[in-house]
Design a binder for this molecule. Structure first.
Ligand SMILES: NC(=O)N[C@@H](CC(=O)O)C(=O)O
Ligand SMILES: [Zn+2]
Ligand SMILES: [Zn+2]
Length: 343
């Protein structure tokens, strides 16, 4: 059995920087034509100049003969100016601005401390037509970690929509039924990405049989009923939901330690795993729109012209992958994946 799809794009990717770029890019470039490159480096990508330099480093590490195009983003801080947003827009290479509530996730300590004080910059985004990508979790220590997405929607996202009705917003890596319902009911300038891991796993995968650090990510995995709601959204054909892997590699040593960091690496098998999920619920005919149409349509970019082919050829995911001087443990390490991308 084979499946032909318009070449997809990854609308949420962490490529990191430095030596590891050369290890990471091939897995994405073999499959995806473009990817939104998240800016949460250390230090973060906060200026147009930094984003353009980072883009050059990515292009330099790109394997020969692969046409992969990185779509750059800026990291919103308390110091981002409206002028920087205009510069970003004019550069032609920056496609969005990322909001990390300060401290919400990996490398988010330079994030926004008070959204209400950033209204001049949000105004500029709305005017320039650049989407705001949101890590949608509150950091309030009094809010249970499993509720942080839902509370973010109530406290921050709903007021944001009201105050900036023309701003395009992507609620990244949604994890709850509440987020699905919110997105479905929101105006058409609001969309969401869904990761393979949140479609495949519930929180048992992180907390049974001993703690499973390679299944720890943010927003944290949720209950089964939320996973079911995400699957229903992904296969619904609703153009507000599209592919974003949030593939977020960390060295094995940084995951398998006290205070291990958040992030799951999936680029090595991302499209294959989405196919597995859609096939599992008898919805393969809905896969292409989710992987290849809804994202570019939302961003106002052309859909890709070429196609990719998935073969029903089971293969075994390696136990580990190279990551600069270190190694990383990929999602589904050592297990079989049913679909394989044709070379
Ligand atoms: N998703 C994660 O758990 N981690 C991401 C950051 C993010 O996307 O929130 C990372 O950069 O490692
Ligand atoms: Zn995030
Ligand atoms: Zn991410």
């Amino acid at each position: 059995m084979t499946l032909q799809l318009t070449r997809p794009d990854d609308w949420h990717l962490h490529l990191r920087d430095g030596k590891v770029l050369a290890d990471l890019i091939p897995a994405t470039a073999r499959c995806f034509a473009r990817a939104i490159i998240m800016p949460n480096l250390r230090p973060p990508i906060t200026s147009t100049g930094q984003a353009l330099a980072y883009r050059e480093r990515i292009l330099a590490a790109r394997p020969q003969g692969l046409a992969f195009e990185p779509l750059m983003t800026l990291y919103l801080t308390d110091n981002t100016t409206p002028e920087e947003i205009a510069r970003a827009r004019d550069s032609g290479h920056i496609y969005a601005v990322k909001l990390y509530p300060a401290g919400a996730t990996t490398n988010a300590d330079s994030g926004v401390t008070n959204l209400r004080q950033r209204y001049a910059v949000l105004e500029a985004l709305q005017e320039q037509g650049l989407p705001l990508l949101v890590h949608g979790e509150v950091t309030d220590p009094n809010v249970d970690i499993f509720d942080r997405e839902q509370v973010f929607i109530e406290r921050h996202l709903i007021p944001l929509l009201r105050d900036f009705p023309a701003l395009r917003i992507v609620l990244e890596h949604i994890t709850t039924g509440e987020a699905v319902d919110f997105i479905k009911g929101a105006p058409k300038n609001i969309a969401a990405t869904i990761t393979p891991h949140h479609l495949l796993l519930n929180r048992n995968a992180m907390l049974t049989g001993g703690i499973q650090p390679h299944h720890y990510c943010l927003p944290v995995l949720k209950r089964e009923k939320h996973r079911q709601a995400l699957i229903a959204a992904a296969i619904s054909g609703n153009p507000k939901f599209f592919l974003g892997t949030d593939s977020a590699p960390h060295a094995k040593t940084a995951k398998e330690t006290a205070c291990g960091c958040a992030g799951i690496y999936s680029s090595h098998a991302a499209l294959e795993l989405y196919a597995e999920i859609f096939e599992g619920v008898g919805a393969l005919e809905k896969l292409e729109a989710f992987t290849s149409f809804h994202g570019p349509d939302f961003y106002g970019l052309p859909r890709n012209q070429e196609t990719v082919t998935l073969l029903k050829t089971p293969w075994r995911v390696p136990e580990k992958l190279p990551f600069g001087d270190q190694i990383l443990i990929p999602l589904r390490a050592g297990t079989t994946v049913a679909w394989r991308l044709a070379e």
